[in-house]
Ligand binder design. Structure first.
Ligand SMILES: *Cc1c(COP(=O)(O)O)cnc(C)c1O
Length: 244
């Protein structure tokens, strides 16, 4: 009976994460209801996602398109799916067509990707798609995301040229090994200031997606509005026998 015990564990871990999110928010006088917790379910089976869904969670994140296309149709339509991380332009059409309940793309890092998304949304006639612009806050060339000084221009492009996209904020992954430092978070905060000032947007209208399993409490204390939590909820990922 190993499998049901495993599934129960994810729900237990999720409850504890939700408590930690609330405590981190309260510590700095923030309202935790305004912080989204994206349960990052990549490599995890549909059955475990379903357990969390049944426990009341609705916001999930995936970052491999093929896996996403396999799993999303097997799960309830009121799930708010986030695509997180790098998205190839040649996958945009199938992603939009297969996941009508795609709520947000966290990681627009080029005008080209924005254009592809805008066209795909228009082609299927769905409601505007929320997007976050991804910023490379580590300075490492290997990471996707625009350099901080370029984020204002990309946001301008999305707002001016992509009527089917709804600019919702900024996201960062952090360091190339998927950890983050306070400097990465600070850089994203500075980008938000620049974007809001330049485009006349209120800071509350610009989400900050930062913080993962290892650092979500610190990210919340620094102002994150969207944390992406995988292994702390679902356990370590095993890439050797991909279950999907
Ligand atoms: C996998 C992934 C996460 C979750 O990472 P954990 O450390 O397991 O919480 C968050 N963001 C992105 C972009 C990811 O690809």
């Amino acid at each position: 009976m190993a499998a049901p015990a495993m599934e129960g564990m994810a729900v237990v871990a999720w409850r504890s994460v939700m408590v930690r999110v609330r405590q981190a928010a309260e510590k700095v006088g923030r309202d935790s209801d305004r912080i989204s917790v994206v349960a990052v379910s990549k490599t995890k089976p549909v059955s475990v996602i379903r357990q969390l869904y049944d426990a009341g969670h609705r916001c999930f994140g995936e970052n491999y398109v093929q896996e996403f296309l396999d799993k999303a149709p097997q799960l309830p339509e009121d799930i708010k799916w986030h695509f997180i991380g790098h998205l190839q332009t040649n996958k945009v059409k199938s992603l939009l067509a297969s996941v009508p309940n795609l709520a947000m793309v966290e990681g627009v890092d080029s005008q080209k990707l924005a254009k592809h998304l805008d066209r795909a949304v228009s082609a299927i006639g769905r409601k505007p798609l929320k997007v976050l612009v991804q910023v490379n806050t580590s300075g490492e060339t290997s990471k996707s995301g625009v350099d901080p000084p370029a984020c204002v221009d990309l946001v301008k492009h999305v707002k001016a040229e992509c009527p089917n996209l709804e600019f919702s904020g900024l996201m960062t992954i952090g360091m190339p090994d998927y950890t983050s430092t306070p400097e990465n978070f600070k850089t994203l905060l500075n980008c938000r200031s620049a974007v809001c000032k330049s485009l006349g947007i209120a800071e509350e209208q610009c989400e900050l997606s930062m913080g993962m399993s290892g650092d979500f409490e610190q990210a919340i204390e620094m102002g994150s509005t969207n944390v992406r939590i995988g292994s702390t909820i679902f356990g370590p990922r095993d890439y050797s026998k991909k279950q999907c």
